[in-house]
Structures are given as C-alpha cells and as structure tokens.
Design a protein around this ligand. Structure first.
Ligand code: 4LM
Length: 400
C-alpha cells in the first residue's frame, strides 16, 4: 500500500512541505505528480491480486484501501509532523472517529479536554456512550484534575490545543506523561497550529489528527482529515476503522491538499503576522470585554505557549461586552470578512461559536467550557491586515 519515498529526515519543514512523500521520477518527467483518479487497480494475473489482498506483495488494489496520490499526502504530513506514517480521511471528523474507534471497545474509558471542537464533543459524548465507551471531559489546564480523571479502563486521552474556539492551552508533555504512566495513548488535534507551529510528536503525542480542511489545504475548497503516528498504529487504523467504515480521502482532494501544502510555511507566517496586527486593533476596542489569544502575556496559558508553540497562530476569540446582540451586529455588518464557520483559509472568516461550531454542546457544557453567547471567533486570513482591520473597524462603529 505504500510506495518508496526519498528520505526527508534532513530537510527543513519548508522543504518537506514541497517535496515530502515525493514518488520517484515520473515516467514523463511531470513536475507535479499525476492525480490517480481511479477507483480500482488492474492486476497482472489472479495470483498477484491474491497476494496483494493477502498482504504478501506491495501494490494497490482498490482506492478505499490505498491510492498513490493519497499515499503521497499521507507521507508528506507524517514527515511534517515527524511521525512514521499517516492515514488520510474524508474529513477531520473521519480522522478523529477512525483514530479513536480503532483503539476502543465497549467498557473502555477516554479522558478528553472539556474544550474541543463541537462535533468532537458530540462524537465522544453522544455516540461513544451508545456503544458503552465512557468519556470524562476535564479542564486539562488543571493538571491535578486531569490526573484524577484517569481510571484503570482509560485507553485514550484526547487533547486539542489551542482549543476551539477560545484557545485554551494544554501542556501536551504533562498530559503525555500521565497517559504513558498508565499505558494509554495520547491523541492530539493539531489543526489550529499545523506542524509548522507545534510539534506534538516531540512532546509525547502518540497520534496527531488534523482537519486538513483548514490550514493544511488552506484554500477553502476541500473537506478532509489526516492522522499520523507510528507505522503499527496507522496500519491498524487503515486496516480496521478507516477501511471498514470507509471515510477515506479521494485522490482529487489529496491532490489539492498536496498543492496547498507547498505554501503552508509562508501562509502560516503571513497568517501569524496579520493576527498580531488584528489583536492590537481589538485591544483598543471598548466593545470587546475579553480577548483570547495565546500570544498575549495576559493569556492564562501564555507560559505553556512559550514552551510548546513556535508562534501564537491566527485564530482570535473575543467576548463582546454587551453580549449576544452586539456579537450578531458585529458579524452582520462586516463587508469584506466572510461570516462562515471553518478556519485557516486565505479569506478572513468570522463566526459565533455558541450558535454555530459549538451548538452541539449542551448549554451546561458550553458554560463549563466558558463559551458564552457574546463570544466571537475570528480566523485571520491572508488579506492585507489594513483591510481586515478597516472592515472590523467600520463594523464596530455600527454598534451603539
Ligand atoms: C470550525 N472545525 O471550527 P472537519 N478538529 C478541529 C476543528 O476545528 C474541526 C475538526 C476537527 C470547524 C468546522 C466547521 C480542531 C472543525 C473537524 O470539519 O471534519 O474537516 O474537521 O469551524
């Protein structure tokens, strides 16, 4: 299922983003790898087909089981994250569900951060419970509470840092230590940071998941996911949950993400520079009562961020002093900035977590996680920062 690749161990991440997972020279000398837009692969003879299905011979069989374009993407993301192997999926939630369910059975227990993307919360709290998998959601910025949440049935720990939507930071290394003392695996959702800004593998993560819909692709034209880890764990995911539940990635989406990844390093740099300008502006707004951004020294997780993040990223959240109505007014009066969920695109996007991305949480769970009705989330794009700020400014001016 895999193909031979150049070794990328000595390359900088900027180079891996462009060359990682590269196949040997294309027979026609194509610079850009062809897209293997095919559902199935033709065998030389029946015996060969049998050997491939038996795992006795390398080679492709059927695109749900593996595809050369998808394999190249999997390898590139694995190399970027400093992991051995990757498995690509139809969506970020496809990656999270395939990863978690590959290691869980009825009666098992999961420790998860109480601040995570709304659909991850829905998956863990509603669906897992139906299958007898119990999840304890805990404020992982409280390490004592996190340690106390483990039981002798804990198999997996799930961390999202910075957390969606208000960027709570969790000490990955500390949580990895708790998990490993109890032979549990640590899964880190690195969507907000990308491998350029945070390397969970170096901090003890066993598996790293991404919504590739976001920065990895970066152009708002794909929904996709990927998980990376060691060879054995990734094989297990590929051969069980991903193969049999079937949320695999199409060659077309993989091809688009391979293209998007080439500019990930320079995009992240610009996203981060823009975000700093926007944060400066938001700090001066009386209508904003609280700003959540890990680059601010006032952020409760600032010290953790300094330790494990290379930059603060480009997602900003803020509470509107006058709550819900003024938040909606701000969103409705923007002209250039798009009112949409998702993040990590070239376009600056703004949304209202309580009624949109985090609506799957119960009101109680939202209250516990500190997601108020006046909270707004901004994904700072790649436009000129002056134009982003000008649009915000004119919309703030409409609020009485
Ligand atoms: C959003 N997020 O927040 P797919 N992990 C994280 C995420 O933010 C998301 C996913 C996984 C948003 C989507 C509407 C940290 C998604 C799930 O949407 O399944 O690719 O990723 O705006």
């Amino acid at each position: 299922m895999s193909h031979s690749t150049k070794s990328a161990s000595d390359w900088h991440k900027d180079t891996i983003a462009i060359h990682g997972g590269e196949a040997p020279q294309d027979p026609h000398g194509a610079l850009v790898p062809p897209m293997y837009q095919t559902s199935t692969f033709v065998f030389d003879n029946a015996a060969q087909g049998g050997r491939r299905f038996a795992g006795e011979e390398e080679g492709y069989m059927y695109s749900r089981l593996g595809n050369p374009t998808v394999a190249q993407l999997e390898q590139r993301v694995a190399e970027l994250e400093g992991m051995q192997a990757g498995a690509a999926s139809a969506t970020g939630m496809g990656a999270i569900s395939a990863t978690m369910l590959a290691f869980l059975k009825q009666g098992d227990h999961v420790v998860a951060s109480d601040a995570i993307y709304g659909c991850s919360f829905a998956l863990f709290s509603h669906l897992f419970e139906r299958f007898g998998i119990h999840v304890t959601f805990v404020d992982m910025s409280d390490l004592a509470a996190t340690e106390a949440a483990f039981t002798d049935k804990t198999q997996l720990v799930f961390v999202e840092t910075p957390a969606n939507p208000h960027l709570k930071l969790i000490d990955i290394q500390a949580v990895a230590n708790f998990a490993h003392q109890r032979q549990a695996r640590l899964v880190v959702d690195n969507t907000f940071m990308t491998p350029l800004l945070q390397r969970p593998a170096e901090l003890g993560a066993d598996l790293i998941v991404h919504s590739a819909t976001k920065y990895l692709n970066g152009h708002g034209d794909v929904v996709a996911g990927v998980v990376v880890g060691n060879q054995q764990d990734i094989e297990l995911i590929k051969l069980t949950t991903l193969k049999d539940m079937g949320a695999t990635m199409s060659a077309h989406d993989a091809w688009l993400i391979l293209r998007g990844l080439k500019t990930l390093p320079i995009r992240m740099q610009r996203h981060c520079e823009n975000a700093l300008q926007v944060v400066d502006f938001l700090q001066s707004q009386p209508a904003v009562s609280r700003l959540y951004f890990p680059g601010l020294e006032t952020h409760p997780g600032y010290a953790i961020g300094q330790k494990q993040m290379r930059a603060a990223g480009a997602i900003i959240a803020f509470d509107m002093r006058d709550g819900y109505e003024s938040a909606l007014q701000l969103l409705n009066n923007l002209k250039m900035i798009k009112l949409a969920v998702s993040l990590g695109d070239a376009e600056t996007l703004i949304q209202h977590p309580a009624s949109m991305t985090h609506s799957p949480l119960t009101p109680e769970a939202r209250a516990t996680a500190g997601i108020g009705d006046g909270l707004v989330r901004l994904s700072v794009g790649l436009e000129h920062s002056d134009d982003i700020i000008a649009d915000l400014k004119q919309s703030f001016a409409t609020i009485g």
